[in-house]
Design a protein around this ligand. Structure first.
Ligand code: GLN
Length: 307
């Protein structure tokens, strides 16, 4: 496929930067990953995928799964319910920041891409038990990525659950602000399970291609996500998807994207293609250093800047 050579060049470009990053240290399972790993996949709107490097390596989606939680929560509850609990404004703060939550009593988290917002969204995910709620997320993830092997990495889940003090503080603060219904721990578990969904670059490129293809499966055209939901999600990816780097990323790369501390970056080039990069060595924003360079390279070479 024509992208094969370009992907090779992008990988070579990304490899020059991995040494400048570090694996996430606050989740022990992530700290163990090999920082030199690098993978890249492109899924065209015909469903054909080109991939290279460590593209078959499974890793936890972490914050990329916030997209799955958000889409599913909107499908289950509608826009009004979900956005009564979370806003749509960028913060310019770190992904796990909680400062703004305490500025005003009752203030809701700024957007669904930061931890606070994603936890509030996860609290809307329906189901009688933890298992039911996670099963719904997994069923949706498997449909989006067409990979029946997609599952929760329960080792990563347990590791994050054991040390998720900051997220626990965030949900408790939101509970005291009246944003969270019911007990906090079950909602937090659903959020941790979402973050621990394990996928590879090919899977994530396919997910990105669904978003790039206005919510339809790139292979058979089946509608998987309604267009208004895709539009809402893509816009939030542009303004908030790369946390406190979102502004610069929009200005320099210009593709709706979402990063995760597992080292993945998902980029949906609207009407063009889905891209997924993987590299566990992160910069100070919690974004894959090598992944970022590869996406920058592809945006430049393929003219993917939407602005
Ligand atoms: N599970 C991670 C956390 O809550 C997700 C953060 C991320 O990927 N940026 O801290």
């Amino acid at each position: 496929m024509e992208y094969k050579q370009l992907i090779g060049e992008a990988l070579a470009c990304g490899r020059r930067y991995t040494r400048y990053g570090k694996t996430a240290s606050y989740i022990s399972e992530l700290a163990k990953r090999d920082p030199s790993h690098l993978g890249l996949a492109i899924c065209g709107l015909d469903g054909k995928t080109a991939a290279a490097g460590d593209c078959d390596e499974y890793f936890t989606m972490q914050s990329i799964a916030k997209l799955i939680g958000l889409i599913l929560a909107i499908e289950q509850n509608g826009f009004d319910v979900v956005f009564s609990k979370v806003g749509m404004e960028p913060t310019g703060d770190a992904f796990n920041s909680m400062v703004r939550l305490d500025l005003l009593t009752g203030s809701k988290p700024f957007n669904p891409m930061i931890n606070a917002g994603a936890i509030a969204v996860a609290s809307c995910l329906r189901g009688a038990t933890f298992e039911e709620r996670v099963a719904a997320c997994l069923a949706f993830a498997r449909r989006l990525m067409r990979d029946p092997q997609i599952d929760v990495d329960y080792k990563a889940f347990a590791a994050e659950r054991a040390t998720g003090y900051k997220n626990r503080a965030i949900i408790n603060l939101m509970k005291s602000n009246g944003i969270i219904d019911g007990e906090v721990e079950p909602h937090l578990d659903v959020y941790f399970a979402l973050c621990s969904i394990s996928a590879n670059c090919r899977d994530l490129a396919r997910f990105a291609a669904v978003l790039a293809n206005n919510g339809c499966d790139p292979e058979d055209g089946e509608r998987l996500v309604p267009l208004p939901v895709v539009q809402r999600v893509r816009s939030l990816m542009v303004t908030c998807g790369m946390y406190d780097y979102s502004g610069e990323f929009a200005a320099t790369v210009g593709i709706p994207s979402k990063s995760g501390v597992g080292g993945g970056i998902l980029s949906a080039s609207i009407g063009r293609m889905g891209i997924a990069a993987f590299g566990p060595a992160l910069d100070t924003h919690g974004t894959s250093v090598g992944g970022l360079k590869m996406i920058e390279f592809l945006s430049d070479r393929l003219g993917l800047n939407m602005f």
